[in-house]
Design a protein around this ligand. Structure first.
Ligand code: MLT
Length: 393
């Protein structure tokens, strides 16, 4: 055997690659039809002025011998790590800059982090959830067990003491359902992990969309999390960096198992396999935390919230069950007339030329559900809502 045969256990395509293929096939066969893409959560508003100004300035520095920079630190420049540290301070989380690792995005880190864990670990993953967690662990050949996120538990499963897991993924605000853990519920996971020795991998990529005060922005707001959690965050959804690429991972110095610190392992892993994020991009990311940057990205988030409201109103009018959109940029709806997720996907694409994301692509419990993104332009979102209304009326 020459290749990693764990790949045989994956679905043929990554979820969003499969959706792109189906749209491509449809548009090739129907070139006169305009498909509205409401599938992948890709932002549409450009980078805000505070960010692009900082990037231009950094670019000028790169053109002068005296200010030019070559390889940067593996873990990110200290100016950005300090800015992130200070941001956490605004909601009461005290970090050390050496606990923050800048990366090219949360997706890469959520997948790559599997390398610092033993092959023999059992991984607990909520279902439905962002498919990267499952696919990365299938590739690594790890045992995966699932915890059901259902309408009954508000898509927020809580720990079950009878289940033994070594690594636990939590995504809050959740992709795809938009559900968000309260600090009280998150404390149950932290206590469970500390009692059992498990490590929580906490995906906070949608943290800026939280509007509920009792919800947790960071797992490190929870007492005890520093000994059991790693947090992943991203500038993609917050500040439009999906194409620019920048994110960060927080690994507290106290997180150790068997006398080995996760922080040291991750630094070692990154220094072997990663040469850092471009200086210009890191300067842009730093500007996200400036006064102007904060105000400008808030306006963008409000714009996307407005889109979510348009979609929610449309479903409400149609009497279709939905959730999400309040603390996240995704609307999670129940497919009408008991349709299966991919069946509804094909029907909506073929008959209304709207492409969303089938819930089944996020796990077996996502079957019968469907996700719409609020990251489109206002024009696309309004048109999509109109088409959905006409199609389902
Ligand atoms: C999504 O649509 O779920 C995300 O945009 C995918 C990602 O962040 O990689």
């Amino acid at each position: 055997m020459y290749f990693n045969d764990n790949f045989n256990s994956l679905t043929e395509n990554y979820l969003f690659a499969e959706i792109a293929e189906r749209i491509k096939k449809y548009t090739t066969e129907n070139p006169e039809k305009k498909v509205l893409k409401m599938g992948i959560g890709d932002v549409t508003l450009p980078l805000v002025p505070a960010v692009t100004e900082a990037m231009h300035k950094a670019e000028d520095e790169m053109s002068q011998a005296s200010t030019f920079r070559g390889y940067g630190p593996y873990e990110g420049y200290s100016f950005l790590r300090e800015a992130i540290k200070n941001y956490y301070g605004t909601f009461g989380v005290k970090l050390n800059a050496d606990e923050i690792f800048v990366s090219d995005g949360a997706k890469s880190d959520l997948g790559n982090v599997t390398e610092i864990f033993s092959q023999n670990n059992t991984v607990l993953i909520p279902d439905p959830v962002y498919p990267v967690y499952v696919d990365s662990n299938i590739i690594a050949g790890r045992k995966i067990i699932y915890t059901a996120a259902t309408e009954e538990n508000g898509f927020l499963p809580l720990p079950d003491k009878k289940i033994k897991a070594d690594v636990i993924y939590i995504c809050s605000p959740n992709n795809p359902t938009g559900a968000v853990y309260s600090q009280e519920n998150l404390k149950e996971w932290v206590d469970y992990a500390n009692a059992s020795g498990a490590v929580i991998l906490y995906d906070a990529a949608y943290e800026r969309f939280i509007s509920q005060t009792e919800a947790s922005r960071s797992i490190f707001q929870i007492e005890g999390a520093r000994t059991c959690a790693i947090e992943f965050c991203s500038f993609s959804k917050t500040a439009g960096f999906t194409g620019t690429r920048c994110g960060y991972t927080v690994i507290p110095n106290e997180l150790e198992r068997g006398g080995i610190r996760a922080n040291s392992l991750w630094y070692r892993r990154q220094s072997v396999k990663f040469n850092g994020v471009p200086y210009v991009v890191q300067r842009g990311a730093e500007a996200v935390f400036s006064k102007d940057g904060k105000e400008q990205i808030q306006q963008n988030i409000n714009y996307y919230r407005g889109n979510a409201e348009i979609l929610a109103n449309c479903l409400y009018k149609l009497g279709i069950w939905y959730t999400g959109g309040k603390n996240s940029p995704y609307i999670w709806l129940k497919c009408p007339e008991g349709m299966k997720s991919w069946q509804f996907f094909d029907k909506l694409l073929n008959e209304a030329q709207v492409a969303g994301t089938p819930g089944a692509g996020f796990g077996k419990n996502g079957e019968g559900y469907f996700r719409l993104t609020a990251f489109g332009s206002r024009e696309t979102t309004t048109e999509a809502a109109k088409r959905i209304e006409k199609f389902l009326k």
